[in-house]
Structure formats: C-alpha cells, structure tokens
Design a protein. Sequence first.
Length: 118
Amino acid sequence: VQLQASGGGLVQAGGSLSLSCAGSGRSLSNYLMGWFRQAPGKEREFVAAIKWNGHPYYADFVKGRFTISRDNAKNTVFLQMNSLKPEDTAIYYCAADPGSSLYYADLWGQGTQVTVSS
C-alpha cells in the first residue's frame, strides 16, 4: 500500500494551494487520513485529519484557512490551503491509519514541499 502526495509549490503570502494524496494497493475508505508538516529545524506537526465519515479535525493554527476533504471512491484525501502565510512553509506529509490516531500511522506519503513567500 502506498500514499502519493502531490500539489505542493511556491505561492505568495495570502495565496492558495491544494494538496492531494492518493492511496493505492487497498481501499482506505475506513481509514483515518490526514496531513502533517515539517518545517526546517522543527518537529513534524499535525495539520488536519478526516475520519471515514468526513468528520474533520484541525490544528488551531489552520482553522478557518485550511479545509480537509476526502473522496473514498478515489482513495484520496485533499487539503485546500487558503490565506497562506510564510510560516506555513514546510514539507507536507499525508498519512493514513485504520485506528483513531495518525501520530503513529501505518502509512505515510513521501511529502510535498509548500513554500510561501512574503
């Protein structure tokens, strides 16, 4: 089973980016899926997650700016990022797990770079 993240890039502050993460090899429809990020010199941190039924969870620092969604038929989770700030610059990783937490997730994507210029 693999997760493939895509959609990162360079954007100016205030702009938007959309990330996607597609799973292959098995159905992830009943998995918890989500996103973490890691900035240079910092620990990896939780960004957002979404349960199989669409219930979302967000880190406080992205509430109101980021929206997580999923398409179970396509085994894909999305992260729409609006009002981006330079401090959002990081490598974004998707994760999936059959349990209730992503911190020790079974599956991780390879990461996609998001750079926000001031």
